[in-house]
Design a protein around this ligand. Sequence first.
Ligand code: LMR
Length: 317
Amino acid sequence: MLITSCGKDASDAPILIKFPHVTAPATPKGRAADYFKQLVEERLAGRVVVEVYPSSQLMSDDDSLDALAFGEVQMIAISLSKLDRLTTKFQVFDLPFLFPDLETVERFQASSAGMGLLDSMSDKGLRGVAYLHNGMKQFGGPVAMHSPDDAKGLKFRVMESDVLQAQILQIGGNPQKMAFGEVYQALQTGAVDAQENTWSNIYSSKFYEVQDFLTETNHGYIGYLVTVNPDFWDSLPADIRSELDAIVLEFSSWGNEQAEMINMDSRQKIIDSGAAEVVALSPDELADWRAVMRPVWEKFEGNISAELIAAAQAARQ
Ligand code: LMR
């Protein structure tokens, strides 16, 4: 048995939860992750230690899926779009213009269909324990995208998602899957021309400094699955696990309450900076975007299931 200097055996060492993520600390996910750490430190002091690694400091999202399955990290909050390689069910969240706003997403996530998805990767060594919002996506590029025609021929960075790839092809663009940590440089050097992301990511990762126009389409959603390794989670002492379960619910709902405000604040800061022009669309222009992107739904209905898409639609009011 390993004896430490204070006479305790090694099993008294605190449990370590490494929580890497890719966004800046001042984003919906960054703030929520820090709040998780704060709650754990308050309630499980000396028993559990949380190390949050923001801004792709430790690893990319793609690598974090493997690291979690192998037990190298203990918690992630990965974009739902990036679960594509493990299950096609979460593709429902990427269908363009399916969710008009975060309230609709939230109703769907809380429904039995939405909650049922949390456990859809147990055979891959991953368990979803909560959903966490970022916000609605906007398009950024060298031109104002009043119509999908304006996107023709542009090279777009997309997340690692087949739906998002198809969405860009649908508007005549050239999609390139790329890790989040590489996007700024790719825009700066012209390796890609355009991208889609939330206001908070566009602001905190400074994409607006290397994009002339940001077109306010709100065409899709970025949210996260707070994910753990089931073997690790289930091996925790029962009292610690139940406290952590409670903290997960608390930090994710706290994060969800902050997300819209953080995105709106970032939007305003971008406008105030004058570095990129924020372009609003008329209802007719938006209707055009919706119609052009709609065939993507049919392409992925077989993967996702018509029932799941119907359940998401039922959340619209
Ligand atoms: C992206 O890659 O654009 C997003 O998934 C980043 C994030 O985690 O919000």
